[in-house]
Design a protein around this ligand. Sequence first.
Ligand code: PLP
Length: 441
Amino acid sequence: ATAAGAVGHARPRSADLYHRGRVVFPGGITRSTIDIDPHPLYVSEGEGAYVIDVDGNRLLDLNNNFTTLLHGHGFAPMIDAVTDLLRRGTCFSNPTRHEIALAELLVSRIPAMEQVRFVNSGTEAVMFAIKAARAYTGRPAIARFEGAYHGAYDWAETGQSGSFESAKTGLRMARSAYTGAPGTTADAVVVLDFNDVDGLEESLSLHANSLAAVLIDPMPSRAGLLRPLPQFIERLNALAQQHGILIIADEVLNLRQGYNGASSRYGLAPDLLTAGKIIGGGFPIGAVGGRSDVMSVFGSDGKAPLVPQGGTFSANPVSMVAGRVAMEAMTFDHFSRLERLGTMLRSRLSDLAAKYDAPFSVTGAASLFRIHAKRVAPTTYSDARMTMVEATRMRSLSRFFRHGGILLPSDAAACLSTPMNEEDIDSVSAAFELFLTTHDT
Ligand code: PLP
């Protein structure tokens, strides 16, 4: 059985490309975050809310390049602006007016961002935020939350506290879902549980003297797109203030939650804030911003910066212009409209799970949602972690959606884009209902 816009199963061209990819890429792919089931879906083009794969199938794109695209694919005002720019040069070692225009937009919208520096990715933004916090406080360590994703900087990846001895050398390596960091990394990372108020209190007090910052995604997506408890945010603000620990809000993904971003929505009071994804309009970008006195580590009049930050492609005009056009088009009303659609979708999906007494639940906010193959919506990372059975159930839902013409990430946040409308909510809900009535969950 297939859902709305039935497209069937055969994808020989994608299978062929995977065959070639496996020769040149370790694991067959060049990003480990790609779904392979049984091969990746290779895309030939995007069109508004849809992507068209190389076998000619059209799919509603609920992934939007890992939540990057606010306006879907081929957003006309952005194409015009970028096309004009391409003729005039795409990168210079000199600054351009375009970086100032995007910075002004961000600073005017995001309360925690008094000043900003542009980089090329969310990973880099988090890396510089951590360096800035260490330089500003003179403390070496950071605290972060288990299961949350902040890109590929060693300190931002280190997971369960501690280290282990390499089986090959007996030398100490950091314990993490990502092997490859030295054991000393783990010495400078305190790992906390999201929404655990007592644990937060205890750990921050214990490590107060060594902690430069707490790195927090206000609604960590990989950890389950978990809604922050108000008392947890309040306690974090107060403890950080009390101990002189900075708060780094990683809004690379969750800036999407509103015109003013996510921290202001949840009452989080960050000293530094990282952004990425939506602010580049579909081109590579990252940004680290925050309080002017903290940001002065990157430069202050007449003094050498404590943290020199450059980057060959940082603030390249293409990302700056595309980002500004995408963000300018995303008015307060557009955020509200996407939020209404998101609320509608989340409640329709939850109601269907309840109606069929199916082991599924939904988390998220604004235009973001995540379906869990679990009966109760998780509030902590340990609740959100999938068992093998749940992971299989989630993959089977994602596969069913794909065959029905809907691209749904199986273990990450999904999102809506401005070209979507209520009919799209209907077709996602219909596909979910069809799955629930045709599969033994
Ligand atoms: N921080 C968060 C919260 C993210 O979701 C991501 C990427 O998904 C990153 C950082 C890393 O961003 P990038 O992939 O642009 O390096």
